[in-house]
Ligand binder design. Structure first.
Ligand SMILES: [Zn+2]
Ligand SMILES: [Zn+2]
Length: 348
């Protein structure tokens, strides 16, 4: 039963077709007794939403996308086991995990077969979501709702860093300095990594410098592998995060990684990219070539600790804010690729 002070309907940004968004009036999601209802205030437009918007990723429509969300607890179900209270500001993990499937039981909740709760709807672009309390994390007083929308990207990067196996003091090369590359930089630095940023875009490299990159290189004009060798006494980078698509970036990663090092493929490639690899490179240098996908519940929790600690400098990554009604413009700006995160004000 929704709280009597709550409205019976909400506004939601519904994707009805390829490149077709409509703000619609929708009933409030039904609140199960063990759930909490959250009023979504802010939600970022991630590449996942952009791919569904342009149709490059198949997704059952109509749907309400949006998964980088923050908001305020609006109601707590009578059987919800939680310390959260109405009015608490929270960041949301809208990808749930069942805890019972093959992957969840193996500690790979990031691959849960019921990740979308069976709904095939993420819901962050709607004004209310009913979720399990384990999906909501209280924001510290000094952390804004806008910064809270970055909880999910931060959590994904926590997993990426786990996969990269870097140690404090290690040089970590981040190839690709869009939003996710910059989050690798910010979280990597908090982790004790010496981050070197690589991008062909000078403006992105300037942001990387501002956010504390130890060095920045542009492969269009710098010999990146040689520069990394110079910085590591000829050993190469112990960790390389591949946060740009395409074969060129991947080749650079394999050139720059050192003996015993790890290349983490963070970015998805659409269309798929195939790369011939000299197996002797992996054999003799014992290089680990791996990927990372999403995050586990534990990694989300760890990302929240980092976010709430205030150690992460995130404000330069919050590029623009739009009302729900201006979602078309917001998606155009996000797709143009020259900003970091574009955020919708789902509720004021
Ligand atoms: Zn995301
Ligand atoms: Zn599962």
């Amino acid at each position: 039963m929704p709280h009597p002070s709550l409205p019976s309907t909400m506004r939601a940004l519904v994707q009805t077709g390829v490149r077709q968004l409509e703000v619609m009036e929708r009933p409030l999601p039904e609140l199960a007794p063990h759930e909490i209802l959250v009023q979504v205030r802010r939600c970022g437009i991630c590449t996942f939403e952009q791919r569904i918007y342009t149709g490059s990723k198949d997704f059952p429509l109509p749907t309400i996308t949006g998964h980088e969300a923050s908001g305020v607890v609006a109601a707590v179900g009578p059987k919800a086991r939680t310390s959260l209270q109405v009015g608490d500001r929270v960041a949301l993990d809208l990808l749930d995990r069942c805890g019972e499937c093959y992957y969840c039981r193996r500690g790979l909740g990031n691959h849960c077969v019921y990740g979308f709760g069976g709904k095939r709807q993420l819901g962050g672009f709607g004004q209310y979501v009913a979720i399990h309390p384990r999906q909501a994390f209280k924001l510290a007083d000094g952390i804004s709702l806008e910064e809270g929308t970055l909880a999910e990207p931060i959590a994904d990067v926590v997993r990426s860093i786990h996969r990269g196996n870097g140690r404090a003091g290690d040089v970590a090369l981040v190839i690709g300095c869009g939003l996710m590359g910059q989050v690798h930089l910010v979280v990597g630095r908090a982790w004790g990594l010496r981050v070197i940023a690589v991008d062909v875009n000078q403006r992105r490299l300037a942001t990387a410098r501002q956010l504390g990159a130890e060095a920045v290189y542009n492969p269009a004009q710098d010999n990146v592998a040689a520069a990394v060798n110079a910085l590591t006494s000829g050993h190469g980078a112990p960790v390389v995060f591949l946060v740009a698509p395409g074969a060129q970036a991947a080749k650079l990663a394999l050139e720059a990684v050192g003996i015993g090092g790890t290349v983490v493929i963070y970015t998805a490639n659409y269309p798929p990219v195939e790369l011939p690899i000299d197996l002797n490179l992996l054999h003799y240098k014992e290089i680990t070539l791996t990927g990372t996908e999403s995050r586990t519940a534990q990694e989300f929790a760890q990302g929240m600790e980092l976010l709430n600690s205030g150690m992460l400098q995130l404000r330069p990554l919050l590029s623009a804010f739009y009302a729900l009604e201006a979602a078309d413009d917001a998606f155009q700006q996000a797709l143009a690729g020259d900003s970091y995160r574009v955020i919708l004000r789902v509720s004021e």
